[in-house]
Ligand binder design. Structure first.
Ligand code: NAD
Ligand code: MG
Length: 395
């Protein structure tokens, strides 16, 4: 019986994870569930799944949760605060941690799981984008197992050779890989006339054609910054460089990514766009379990299209590719500026087309340094946030 902590249990990935876990009560026990402040949903998840601990960041929400769980006779113990996330991620009785907090807030709890040598299922791509070098070194040092949940990276992982230690030590080329083809749907504005992008609303940006996701990643998919974060994520996960990764627009989201080998073989992973597939894959790896996802109907899919991304439409993708090439703290700065810009867009304080302007302006103004320690990374993150807020104020 594996004990699982779900960080970000009330989010889109968290809910899908609980769905998969509850299909296999004989394999998985739920040790802890965490959330930011959504105490009502967390309460019903506690009543249903009976975890040992529930953690909320917000103190008022934690009190509400405590009260309602007592009323309902649920024995789950409620903890509060950011340190408690790390405690339930690193606890000696935990085997597996689903890292599904959104944004930079996920970095410390995810790293705590890594440093405790857990099996870490990584949805929180921002953690790897911010601190990839420190993160992957900690994985190796502490004997953690890092498995990708992002559908593209999970697909790539499935298409790569099983001997991970070869490419993790010597680079992907050593395993006969020529390149990675990272697929992208192009989001809701793939075909919107360019002059209309200025006035698109948060509702339109969050209405993804193929995937149902949290708001932040939905906006990132609409700007394609998400694909840029994923490019950086792939470099760290698979020990490769941005030059070995091509982004391919594939609007149907049926092929989740591909790997091309030097002999001309191209392997792809296909499936319905449902995150329960990569979640089930990573949970049970190297075994396979039922996920609840329906069979892929190729006759209904009928066709698969591919095209080159348009940088005029998606300037955020170019900015992220440049940050990937620059390396050092550039990805952390890009990520922080984007988080601030997306929050402002969602609050209607910033236009959609200004998201890339904010990121570009912050990247141009802030010095990029070697991310020698977590302090350096966190400092770059907070400076970029402050700078992004001042840029937004001046627009
Ligand atoms: P979401 O917004 O639906 O959920 C986020 C979760 O994180 C919630 O449980 C929320 O309570 C918690 N949270 C938010 N801020 C927090 C804070 N400051 N401290 C602690 N907890 C906090 O997001 P999501 O769509 O589930 O995405 C989660 C992560 O998975 C993101 O990094 C995203 O990029 C990645 N991801 C998501 C999908 C998807 O299909 N949703 C696909 C690939 C990758
Ligand atoms: Mg993805």
């Amino acid at each position: 019986m594996q004990q699982v902590t779900v960080l970000g249990a009330t989010g889109s990935i968290g809910i899908s994870t609980l769905d998969v876990l509850s299909r296999h009560p004989e394999r998985y026990g739920i040790f802890a569930l965490t959330a930011d402040r959504q105490w009502q949903l967390l309460a019903s998840q506690c009543v249903q799944h009976q975890p040992r601990y529930a953690v909320l960041r917000d103190p008022v929400a934690a009190l509400e949760l405590k009260n309602v769980l007592v009323q309902q006779g649920c024995a789950t113990e409620v903890l509060q605060g950011a340190e408690a996330f790390a405690e339930v991620a690193a606890h000696a009785e935990v085997d597996t941690v689903m890292a599904a907090i959104v944004g930079a807030a996920g970095l410390l709890p995810t790293l705590a799981a890594v440093k405790a040598g857990k099996k870490v299922l990584l949805a929180n791509k921002e953690a790897l984008v911010m601190a990839g070098g420190l993160f992957t070194r900690a994985v190796a040092e502490h004997g953690a197992t890092l498995l990708p949940i992002d559908s593209e990276h999970n697909a790539i992982f499935q298409c790569l050779p099983n001997h991970r230690s070869d490419y993790l030590q010597q680079g992907l080329a050593s395993s006969g890989v020529r390149k990675i083809l990272l697929t992208a749907s192009g989001g809701p504005f793939r075909a919107t006339p360019l002059e209309q992008l200025r006035d698109v609303t948060p509702e339109q940006a969050c209405a993804h054609p193929n995937w149902s996701m949290g708001q932040k990643i939905s906006v990132d998919s609409a700007t394609m910054l998400n694909k840029g974060l994923e490019l950086i994520e792939a470099c760290w996960l698979f020990n490769t460089s941005p030059t070995q990764i091509d982004v391919v627009i594939h609007p149907q989201s049926v092929i989740h990514s591909l790997v091309e080998y030097i002999d001309g073989s191209v392997l792809a992973q296909l499936g319905n766009p449902d995150m329960r597939t990569p979640i089930a894959h990573a949970l049970a790896w190297p075994e396979r379990i039922e996920s609840g996802v329906a069979s892929l109907d190729l006759f209904a899919t009928a066709r698969l299209d591919f095209s080159v991304p348009d940088y005029e439409r998606f300037p955020c993708l170019r900015l992220a590719q440049e940050a990937a090439t620059t390396g050092a703290t550039a990805p952390a700065v890009l990520n922080a500026a984007n988080e601030v810009a997306v929050a402002a867009f969602l609050q209607r304080r910033l236009r959609f087309d200004q998201i890339s302007q904010v990121i570009e302006s912050v990247l141009m103004r802030l010095p990029i340094t070697e991310p020698a320690s977590l302090d350096v990374v966190q400092n770059a993150d907070s400076e970029a946030r402050a700078m992004a807020m001042s840029v937004i104020g001046s627009l």
